[in-house]
Design a protein around this ligand. Structure first.
Ligand code: TRP
Length: 341
């Protein structure tokens, strides 16, 4: 390649870990975006099981968890003929390029990663080496396909910067200008950030001990209605305009969810609901959630009852992914200078 900057085609890559249940935050922050992107871009949506095992997983459950994430992609509207849906471990290029990138990335770069600090906590010495190395594998996920755009949440911004640093250093070190693109994050705007139903200062999270804090994609209509009813609010009515949401994070969150689920701007939701009490707003929000999520939940359950169908999709996706990675990896091996018989 003679260009000093990457000039190949655009490609979108993103991944979700097969650990724990998906919730409304994942749905609005990731799945809905994936569905929109597949209309305009070549997309790859991966279930990152190699990343999952950086922390202990039950080997008997892992494959089903992988199918469950794939089912969620499909139920949300990802079209597996258009986008490529596949399990990370089914394509060996991830691990292979991950190793090469281990030799490109610097210890100091990884030591700055805040997610490792958060996940390892006080137990750094007992963390797996894989957990420390997690963002290097993430760079390999993206660059094994020369993906240029990566839809992720705000919390992944630092990992994406590391991916760019690795791509740039590889290109320089091996004197291969423009070999890898420097992948750009497509960050989920703060508006689409879904917070805990119990505490508006915390993200909705699968690791929150209280199930009341989140709407799971597999929750029933009754569970959804109950969780919204019990969601933390304050005694005041809804504000008439957006500046009235300041310092009312729980209220802002519920209004934000309503706006996202109805596809309307927050201002328009407040135009309709400003002055109303939560006794009126909460049932309307619950109805909206049930109406929008109901079909997704039903399709997810159907797919989870038909693992053979999900497996066909994953196998097809893995074959397409492998076919994209193979020629890129052949070039990587040549650039690095590995033996070729
Ligand atoms: N680290 C990402 C997360 O926790 C998951 C992930 C793994 C990913 N590999 C990726 C996201 C590649 C985007 C691109 O959300």
């Amino acid at each position: 390649m003679s260009d000093s900057v990457y000039s190949g085609p655009e490609r979108v890559f993103s991944g979700v870990q097969p650990s724990g249940r998906l919730h409304l935050g994942n749905y609005l922050g990731a799945l809905v975006k994936f569905v929109a992107l597949q209309a305009t871009h070549d997309c790859m949506f991966c279930v990152v099981d190699l990343h999952a095992i950086t922390q202990p997983q039950d080997p008997k459950a892992l494959a089903d968890q992988t199918r469950e994430i794939a089912a969620a992609y499909l139920a949300a509207g990802v079209d597996p003929k258009r986008a490529i849906v596949f399990p990370q471990s089914a394509v060996s290029a991830h691990a292979e390029l991950g190793w090469i990138f281990n030799c490109v990335a610097r210890m100091g770069w990884l030591e700055r990663m805040t997610q490792f600090k958060d996940k390892s906590g006080k137990d750094r010495e007992r963390s797996s080496v894989g957990l420390f190395d997690y963002p290097v594998l993430q760079a390999a996920d993206i660059l094994a396909y020369r993906a240029t755009h990566v839809p992720v949440g705000e919390d992944q911004k630092q990992h994406l910067e590391l991916s760019r640093d690795i791509a740039d250093r590889f290109n320089r070190e091996f004197n291969a200008p423009g070999f890898f693109p420097l992948p750009e994050p497509l960050i989920t705007g703060p508006g689409a950030r879904v917070m805990s139903l119990r505490d508006g200062s915390k993200k909705m999270s699968k690791s929150d001990p209280s199930d009341q804090s989140r709407i799971n994609l597999l929750d029933s209509a009754d569970e959804i209605a109950n969780k919204i009813k019990r969601a933390t609010t304050d005694p005041h009515p809804l504000p008439e305009a957006e500046d009235g949401l300041k310092d009312r994070p729980e209220v802002e969150n519920l209004v934000g969810i309503y706006a996202a689920m109805s596809g309307r701007p927050v201002a328009s939701v407040l135009g309709e609901w400003g002055g109303a009490g939560f006794g009126k707003f909460k049932p309307a929000l619950a109805d909206l959630l049930v109406e929008r999520l109901g079909p997704v939940t039903a399709e997810m359950r159907r797919l989870m009852g038909d693992p053979a169908e999900v497996d066909r999709v994953l196998k097809y996706g893995a074959a397409r992914a492998a076919a994209i990675a193979a020629p890129i990896m052949a070039e990587v091996r040549a650039v690095v200078g590995f033996w070729r018989g």
